[in-house]
Write a protein that binds this ligand. Structure first.
Ligand SMILES: [Zn+2]
Length: 81
């Protein structure tokens, strides 16, 4: 059985060791030492963006909705064939 390909390699959660700034609200959101944050890596320009837990939930909720929509699209095609 071939391994299932993982496609979310550019997204991870890290516990920060030094304070970071949330990319969504640089002035208002701080990620403090010991807090978790969502790290999104952009391989095209080799940059990473950090998001505080509050913003990370919104991003992951959107991703979940997108994944579910794609699953539904696959099912739609699958059943009409
Ligand atoms: Zn934030």
């Amino acid at each position: 059985m071939p391994k299932v390909r993982r496609i979310l390699c550019h997204v991870s959660v890290e516990i920060v060791e030094r304070q970071r700034v949330c990319h969504r609200d640089r002035a208002g959101h701080t990620i403090r030492k010991g807090q978790s944050c969502l790290v999104v890596t952009d391989n095209a320009n080799r940059s990473t963006k950090n998001y505080c837990p509050e913003c990370a939930y919104a991003i992951l909720d959107q991703a979940e909705a997108d994944l579910n929509r794609m699953k539904t699209e696959l099912e739609d095609v699958g059943t009409s064939a």
